[in-house]
Design a protein around this ligand. Structure first.
Ligand code: NAP
Ligand code: 2RA
Length: 377
């Protein structure tokens, strides 16, 4: 097995034995620890992938950190050790069992097939493969059964789709959601580490009365908000982010007929996406029923204190695994009693990206363990 890469030439400080000592939630079956590669390890999502693997005690036989030539030789901390970042190349995946990709669609399209040919299962955070018919698009709380149908690549959904629909799934199962309308308030971190820096720097410049020339996002960001920075489809008038929410919700729910509309907005918040959600069920549903369903929903925490006017906020969701849900109320625009309005906030670097990807990887390992445990006839 390839060891974890360490800065020194001394024996690797983190051995297979001491990183396999347990997990946050023990697997039902013994798993074979893989070598894991993180493509885009230095990015906003990559850093969180590293933290999630460590926090969840993901079983590792080795960890390979990959990024562009700009980052080659940098070190990153993992489990108290310093790992060296390597430049991604076609040989990067030798011996790798699971490759977590988080470096954009172009890199995924070029390197994911190479990783699969080398024997890895790829979990990709970009949109490159999400709508491919033979690629599972997975939120483990919703459609974990689709993981088994992968052909080497599994896609992690769009972060707004994840934050919006994790709380909606248990409702949809009880009383089908026929129509869904979302409006997003998306943080800087959704556009990567450089956009977070741009928000901080442009805010400092604004307060100091200095000019600031934006480099990452298309509009002035300090004390401003703007329509999501993706291309608008001239046919529909929807931008790419909105189209992803529409199409990916249908694919993940396995319900091509659900009617979905989205308006995606970038707001000057550093981290965690907020989403105003209105949905219409097939049958009447009350806010109390929704609260009761969400009280037991995996990956969801109800924050709905009407007396204190305390509801989900990005600063409370930052660093949290759960999606926070509140403002649960009847949608007064629908007198039939079938519609509900709510507000959901989630750390899109975690559940919207890194955490969801690591949860998928855990399921892949468990699936491999259960396949290996089936006696061969
Ligand atoms: P980011 O902060 O800009 O990080 C990009 C990463 O990709 C960096 O590690 C970068 O390495 C690496 N990279 C860029 N060009 C490369 C190349 N030619 N070869 C190897 N590595 C290269 O972006 P991010 O926000 O983490 O997003 C990464 C991916 O996750 C994107 O596909 C994005 O759509 C998806 N995603 C992001 C979020 C989010 O909330 N941010 C949510 C869901 C999905 P260097 O540091 O060396 O440049
Ligand atoms: C955004 N959905 O916030 C993206 C994250 N890649 O722009």
């Amino acid at each position: 097995m390839r060891p974890l890469q360490s800065r020194s030439s001394a024996p690797p400080p983190v051995s297979r034995a001491n990183i396999q000592h347990g997990r946050a939630k023990p697997a039902a079956l013994p798993v074979v620890a893989p070598v894991v590669a993180i493509v885009g390890a230095t990015g906003a999502v990559g850093v969180e992938l590293l933290r999630c693997l460590e926090k969840r005690r993901f079983p590792l036989a080795g960890l390979r950190l990959l990024a562009s030539a700009r980052s080659a030789g940098k070190t990153m901390k993992f489990g108290g050790d310093e790992l060296v970042v390597e430049e991604l190349n076609e040989q990067s995946f030798e011996g790798v069992g699971i490759a977590l990709f988080s470096a954009g669609g172009a890199i995924a399209r070029q390197y994911a097939p190479i990783a699969v040919r080398a024997g890895a299962v790829v979990v990709d955070n970009s949109s490159a493969y999400r709508m491919d018919a033979d690629v599972p698009l997975v939120i483990p709380e919703i459609n974990p059964e689709t993981i088994a149908r992968h052909h080497g690549i599994i896609a992690n959904p769009n972060c707004c789709a994840i934050v919006a629909i994790v709380p909606l799934w248990p409702i949809h199962r009880k009383n089908r959601i026929a129509r869904l309308i979302v409006a997003t308030y998306q943080a800087a971190s959704g556009a990567g580490a450089a956009a977070m820096e741009e928000l901080s720097e442009s805010t400092r410049a604004y307060l100091a009365g200095r000019n600031y020339a934006q480099r990452v996002l298309p509009h002035p960001y300090a004390f401003n908000l703007f329509s999501h920075n993706t291309r608008i489809d001239p046919r529909t008038g929807y931008n790419d982010e909105e189209t992803k929410v529409v199409n990916e919700t249908r694919k993940i729910f396995g319900d091509p007929d659900i009617r979905v509309s989205a308006t995606c907005i970038r707001v000057p918040v550093l981290r965690a996406h907020s989403i105003a959600v209105n949905f219409e069920c097939e049958r009447p549903i009350s806010p109390d029923e929704v609260r009761a369903i969400l009280a037991g929903a995996p990956g969801v925490r109800v924050v709905d204190d009407i007396e204190k006017n305390y509801f989900p906020m990005p600063r409370d969701a930052t660093g949290e695994d759960d999606i926070l849900v509140g403002r649960i109320r009847r949608d007064l625009s629908d007198p039939s009693g079938k519609s509900i309005a709510l507000f959901a906030v989630g750390d899109q670097l975690l559940k919207g990206a890194a955490l969801n990807a690591v949860q998928i990887a855990e399921r892949v390992l468990e699936g491999q363990a259960s396949t290996e445990s089936i006696p061969q006839m």
